[in-house]
Design a protein around this ligand. Structure first.
Ligand code: FAD
Ligand code: NA7
Length: 446
């Protein structure tokens, strides 16, 4: 029997398990699936832990989320085509769920599909190699519960470990002299500690804008967002949040920026992004890419061009998330089950080059990113039986962009129409800035 290893039981890995399970449900003969997960539960980044650094087994902590995190995009752009929020919660809910609500939803479908039995928890993958003679992968894992390392053979490997967990933490001159807390966004767990403090946020992308607004919500004195190549742009910030040039050097508590201005702060939060990091993959199997919409080396964005029996899910920079993981997982399933033919290496590389060139030529702003990724999703939908109205979700995205521009610190107080049910979501019961309770119970209260 064909054997498939899925590495990671976050949203992408769970999409892969669900893709195979839908076929099994229809009576198709599916491969044997083994999913290895290093944490003790599923949900990936959405599975919050208070820990930072190393966990209780000495493993790097995967979680990059913090307490009281609200989703930064509307749920209508990531809703599963085969399992709506309304089906999961039994009623329409507001458009910007909190982290626990998102975790409940993403794991709810997996629970209903009964795929937990395929997952081996607390089992980090240590090594993946490929033997060209046998055409098989060897996957070495560590069963942390029993402190036992073992190796199994597989016909296919699907890497679904995400790429927002290993910090990109650049060095800034003199940062070691700073008299306060310096941390990367990966290690942020709670912004209460920044109440009444002056904070420097380095990096002006999603983490930068989110953490700046979170600090504001929880009463920090001021936030300076220090941008790299470009500022966030047109957002209307309150008086105590401002954008400024890139950090150049640090001397005790004084930060000097590239334009020569200075700012005195109590804490520095590096929101400088993450690295695609696959230490367990053999050199010739390792994906090396920047965080972009057309990752290097991936035919159709998922098939490793140098070895088409190896797949990487969710490695793109992300406008779409859960639905993109689903279409990718459906596509990978159909390749593995022999329903989709993958062309030769030359054609695969041409496909990768075309994608990269198209992104370079057409993606200049947030709206372009959405359009580029929507087109990619449509392309995979055309080859599988996963389906939803991508254009309707694109429209929701455009409203989201408009709402962020109009009122960044209140964009979550809007609601949108589900492309899956056609129903309008209710407005939240409390404006985001006044809501300090992220529990599922509170979120579902009318
Ligand atoms: P992950 O969620 O990272 O899951 C990967 C899994 O692989 C983890 O469970 C991990 O333990 C496991 N793993 C890692 N290494 C190994 C190993 N060696 N062996 C076995 N298992 C391993 N997306 C949204 O849609 N909305 C949001 O509001 C949003 N907010 C975000 C906020 C933050 C701070 C961050 C960092 C990301 C956010 N995202 C958001 C994006 C997020 O990447 C996706 O929603 C989603 O979690 C990606 O799923 P994934 O399965 O690809 O990766
Ligand atoms: P991103 O989106 O990859 O952004 C990283 C940011 O860090 C981006 O603005 C970069 O600027 C900046 N950066 C990178 N290197 C540097 C250096 N050396 N100095 C200063 N600034 C730097 O990561 P995020 O963490 O914001 O978002 C990742 C996910 O987490 C996302 O899905 C969110 O939903 C939450 P540049 O682009 O190079 O100008």
């Amino acid at each position: 029997m064909t054997r498939v290893a899925v590495i990671g039981a976050g949203p992408s890995g769970l999409s892969q398990l669900r893709a195979f399970q839908t076929e099994a449900q229809k009576g198709a003969k599916i491969p044997e699936i083994v999913c290895y997960e290093k944490q003790d539960d599923w949900g990936g980044l959405w599975n919050y832990t208070w820990r930072t650094g190393l966990d209780e087994y000495g493993e790097p902590v995967h979680c990059s989320m913090y307490r009281n995190l609200w989703s930064n995009g509307p749920k209508e752009v990531l809703e599963f085509a085969d399992y709506t929020f309304e089906e999961h919660f039994g009623k329409p809910i507001a458009s910007y769920p909190t982290r626990p609500v998102m975790l409940d939803y993403v794991t709810g479908r997996a629970k209903k599909a009964d795929v937990r039995k395929w997952i081996r928890f607390r089992t980090p993958v240590r090594r993946v190699t490929y033997d060209a003679d046998t055409g098989m992968f060897s996957v070495t894992v560590h069963d942390l519960f029993n402190d036992n390392e073992y190796t199994e053979k597989f016909d296919h490997v699907v890497v679904a470990i995400g790429h927002f967990s290993t910090p990109n933490a650049p060095h800034f001159d003199g940062i070691e002299t700073f008299n306060g807390r310096v941390l990367h966004s990966h290690d942020l767990r709670d912004v209460h500690e920044f109440k009444d403090k002056d904070v420097l946020v380095v990096g002006a992308s999603y983490s930068g804008e989110e953490i700046a607004s979170q600090c504001w919500k929880y009463g920090c004195k001021s936030v300076t967002i220090s941008f790299h190549k470009e500022p966030l742009g047109s957002y209307k910030w309150p008086d105590n949040i401002k954008e400024a040039a890139l950090l150049k050097k640090v001397e005790k508590n004084t930060c000097t920026l590239e334009d020569g201005s200075t700012v005195d702060v109590d804490a520095i939060i590096l929101c400088t992004g993450y690295k695609h990091h696959f230490p367990f993959m053999a050199k010739e199997l390792k994906l090396r890419t920047a965080n972009r919409f057309a990752p290097a080396s991936l035919y159709k964005g998922v098939v490793f061009a140098d070895n088409p029996k190896l797949f990487y899910l969710g490695m793109q920079d992300q406008s779409y998330t859960f639905t993109m993981f689903d279409v990718q997982a459906w596509y990978v399933r159909d390749v593995i089950m022999g329903r989709i033919r993958v062309p030769d290496r030359k054609a695969r590389m041409t496909d990768v080059e075309d994608r990269v060139a198209r992104e370079d030529a057409s993606v200049k702003n947030l709206s372009d990113e959405i359009c580029y990724q929507a087109d990619y999703i449509k392309e995979l939908i055309a080859e599988t039986d996963y389906n939803f109205d991508v254009d309707a979700t694109k429209e929701v995205f455009f409203q989201w962009v408009k709402h962020k521009d109009e009122k960044f610190l209140g964009f979550r107080d809007n609601c949108y129409k589900s492309a899956m049910t056609g129903n309008m979501s209710p407005l939240p019961h409390t404006p985001w800035k006044d809501n300090f309770d992220d529990s599922v119970e509170s979120y579902l209260t009318e």
